[in-house]
Write a protein that binds this ligand. Structure first.
Ligand code: C5P
Length: 396
């Protein structure tokens, strides 16, 4: 429910991607937003008002002269109540009209009369997108403070391939969530590790840790939405990178170490969420080990570098944050780890509280002591952690 209490006017204009706006309404409502849909006449040729009314639970407005508004000022009343106007899909024609300041239908009038921010998710044929007129309008809209989401590239409804596809509803939702997130890490470079590492025994076998990567990915997403430039060094997990996050894929602890050390000096904040294997195999076999060659093959282990401790030792290095997953004595073990690695902040959790799941219970430990957070989805905890980091780094 990350959009609870937010009022969003969703404008839908006349493009084939209008059918995807139905899914977008559902996603926004699921996050707790109140959604008022306003459609252009063109949009109603693609999807009916009934669809949006059923999904949003509100009457849909299409007409400037709608008799439902007693003062005949639908454009003022509807836009005044909004925290945000989002237009998805936004056609080339609609963008041209907004860029020109035209008020020739209800939606364009609402946009012109608004006192809240405007996000547009363009959707059009690639040539329409690339045309000098559209590009001029995009430049003008950006200069007027309008945020343009996308468009994406790929196969288009007309059969051509290129830039102009509307972002997927889930991506637009992410952009809306980012829009409402306070930019507490604006201008900061944040380096994050996530997921497990995999230490090869032979070409098909290895030693790894149980780690879904969910918490690290949630932290990367929260930092990005808080305005940071995020690089995520990730072990093998089954998620795609959060929108706007630069991901570097690694497998072993040594790969992760190299990827982090190459970037640590440039980072303002380093957050080690990865479950790094403590040991790697010294006698890694080049070929697959055979079990019928007699005896159990000996596996020699050597210690991996402690990436977090090494970053923390850098002179003028980033503000370092660690994670401690413990099965007991959380306070004592987490605080001891924080001191041993010489880091200002560590987030501790009990393995039984959050392993692999969507929810967790975190306690933040810093010089001031323990700060227990309420049990919550990892996305919410990640945002609270980011806010705590912003508070501590703001003091430095
Ligand atoms: O020492 P321990 O593994 O319990 O500490 C956990 C913290 O240290 C996590 O933040 C983890 O990402 C980091 N770490 C690391 N390199 C290692 C081991 C742990 O960066 N080799």
């Amino acid at each position: 429910m990350e959009l609870l209490g937010k009022r969003i006017v969703l404008g839908v204009t006349g493009g084939i991607a209008a059918y995807k706006a139905a899914e977008l309404v559902r996603l926004l409502i699921k996050q707790g937003a109140e959604v008022q849909v306003a459609m252009t006449e063109g949009a109603t040729h693609f999807v009916t008002t009934t669809t949006f009314q059923a999904l949003s639970g509100k009457s849909v407005f299409t007409d400037q002269w709608d008799a439902r508004m007693p003062n005949a000022m639908a454009h003022i009343d509807l836009s005044r109540q909004a925290d945000l106007i989002l237009v998805a899909p936004a056609t080339a024609d609609f963008m041209a009209r907004v860029a020109q300041g035209l008020a020739d239908d209800l939606l364009a009038t609402m946009v012109l009369a608004r006192d809240c921010p405007l996000l547009l998710a363009p959707a059009m044929n690639r040539q329409m997108w690339e045309s000098p007129a559209t590009q001029r309008n995009v430049t003008q809209l950006a200069a007027d403070g309008v945020q343009i989401l996308g468009p994406a590239s790929g196969e288009q409804a007309c059969g051509e391939v290129g830039a102009g596809r509307m972002l997927e509803p889930a991506e637009i939702l992410e952009a809306v969530l980012a829009f409402f997130t306070p930019k507490v890490l604006a201008g900061k470079q944040v380096l994050i590790t996530a997921g497990p590492t995999f230490e090869a025994i032979d070409p098909v076998r290895g030693i790894t840790n149980l780690s879904s990567g969910r918490m690290g990915y949630a932290v990367a997403r929260a930092a990005q939405q808080a305005g940071a430039k995020v690089v995520l060094v990730s072990g093998p997990v089954c998620f795609s990178a959060p929108h706007g996050v630069d991901r570097i894929n690694v497998r072993s602890a040594l790969d992760m170490h190299a990827a982090v050390m190459a970037r640590a000096a440039a980072a303002d904040i380093f957050i080690g969420v990865a479950a790094v294997a403590d040991y790697r195999v010294a006698n890694r076999a080049e070929h697959k080990l055979k079990k019928d060659t007699g005896g159990v093959p000996p596996i020699e282990l050597i210690e991996n570098p402690d990436i977090l401790a090494e970053v923390a030792r850098l002179k003028d290095g980033p503000f370092c944050v660690g994670f401690a997953a413990e099965s007991q004595n959380l306070d004592a073990y987490a605080q001891a780890k924080r001191r041993k690695k010489n880091i200002p902040l560590i987030a501790g959790n009990l393995i039984q509280d959050g392993f692999g799941g969507d929810d967790n219970r975190l306690v933040l430990f810093d010089d001031a002591g323990a700060h227990p957070l309420n049990p919550a989805p990892k996305s919410v905890l990640a945002r609270q952690l980011v806010e705590h980091i912003a508070t501590l780094t703001g003091k430095n």
